[in-house]
Design a protein around this ligand. Structure first.
Ligand SMILES: C[C@H](O)[C@H](O)[C@H]1CNC2=NC(N)=NC(=O)C2=N1
Length: 93
């Protein structure tokens, strides 16, 4: 099972991850698109990297806005897996 990161490690990782905030045991990112279709296209692009990583974000879609939430459920908090996937998601437009 992935190891929970220390408070210091979490802060270090967050400093290298613009656009993401930490909400307790979760990482969160809000993205806004032109319309619903573009928002769904973005969500579709997350499927392959999430499946490859065996790690799956919670996703909230509201018309043209997408909220992505990452946490490692089986570890009960934030692990390297969350930050690794967050970095990949940040590269997707
Ligand atoms: C067995 C399977 O790999 C696990 O249940 C994975 C699946 N995807 C997951 N995704 C997330 N975000 N957290 C997990 O702990 C998690 N666990």
């Amino acid at each position: 099972m992935a190891q929970l990161l220390s408070e210091e490690e979490i802060q270090q990782q967050l400093n290298n991850l613009p656009g993401w905030t930490r909400e307790g045991a979760k990482l969160q990112c809000n993205r806004k698109f032109k319309d619903f279709v573009q928002a769904i296209e973005f969500v579709n692009k997350l499927v392959e990297p999430a499946e490859s990583a065996g790690h799956h974000p919670d996703i909230e879609i509201s018309y043209n806005k997408v909220k992505i939430i990452l946490t490692t459920h089986d570890a009960g908090g934030l692990t390297k897996k969350d930050f690794d996937l967050a970095k990949v998601i940040s590269q997707i437009s």
